[in-house]
Design a protein around this ligand. Structure first.
Ligand code: DGL
Length: 272
């Protein structure tokens, strides 16, 4: 039986949390992971330039990987570029957007925290999710400037500065009218890499929402309804990470990708 070829895309290592869930959901799929590490982190980019960049990079990756489905495993990219990507490329896209709806369904205190990148926090898309699904809740939305980088450091085997981590997450733990945050949305795919550490510095226990399993189910549904393509021989093998800059190919970075199921790599040089 033909294997579906799935391209997963992020600015860096965060999408690996989605790749892990997709591999679990579809153990026979041919997975290719792409990190636009030349442009990492996306959280600090201006919208217009970032959309242009993402559309260009994904175009190159589609040529290379000839995927049946593309998973944009990045909230910062999905919340601004999904519509444009769908308009430009014929391949089906699965996006990752902040899991506000499930958070609103699970909260009992109606106080929700949303941890995201500064980019995702500023998006109209994110605000409209809150207005639509969490209008009855108090939502503390926080753009953490360094959290994605901290998650990457951990995956590279470096120690985390727990005091810095505490400062990065503190703004979503709030009290309001005798109630306190009881659900925190991990609205950047990097953050589930450090859920245990976040829980350790949090002032009280909450439910953390990682959207990866839901994205993996959605990907499986889309694959089911998509006719699979025959690719040429040059397509990267299953378990390949494609990087947009050689600066990411230092040994500890490659070891981090290998530890998450991507032991091979290729570099397509696309300077930011
Ligand atoms: N992993 C990405 C996200 O889900 C973005 C991290 C970054 O590049 O700032 O938003």
């Amino acid at each position: 039986m033909a294997q579906p070829r799935i391209l997963l895309f992020d600015s860096g290592m965060g999408g690996l949390t989605v790749a892990r869930a997709v591999a679990h959901q579809m153990p026979d799929a041919h997975l290719i992971y792409a990190a636009d590490n030349a442009a990492f982190p996306y959280g600090a980019w201006k919208e217009k330039e970032l959309v242009k960049r993402i559309v260009m990079v994904i175009g190159r990756l589609i040529e290379l990987a000839q995927p049946d489905v593309v998973v944009v495993a990045c909230n910062t990219a999905s919340t601004i570029a999904l519509a444009e990507l769908r308009a430009v490329y014929a391949v089906p896209f699965v996006g990752t957007v902040p899991a506000i709806k499930p958070a609103a369904a699970q909260t009992r205190s109606n106080v929700i925290g949303v941890l995201a990148t500064p980019g995702t926090v500023s998006r109209e898309y994110t605000h409209s999710l809150i207005h639509t699904f969490a209008f009855h809740c108090k939502v503390f939305l926080h753009g953490a400037p360094r959290l994605a980088e901290i998650a990457e450091q951990k995956l590279r085997g470096h120690a985390i500065d727990m005091e810095e981590l505490k400062r990065e997450v503190a703004p979503v733990f709030r009290k309001r009218d005798g109630k306190q945050t009881d659900v925190v949305v991990l609205a950047c795919t990097h953050y589930p890499l450090i859920t245990a550490e976040i829980a350790r510095v949090a002032p009280w226990a909450v439910t953390y929402i990682d959207p990866a399993p839901a994205i993996a189910r959605r990907t499986a549904d889309i694959v089911e309804e998509t006719p699979l393509k025959v690719a040429d021989a040059n397509v990267p093998a299953h378990g390949t990470v494609v990087l947009t800059s050689a600066r990411g190919s230092a040994s500890e970075t490659l070891a981090a990708y290998a530890s998450m199921g991507f032991p091979q790599h290729r570099v397509i040089d696309l300077p930011a």
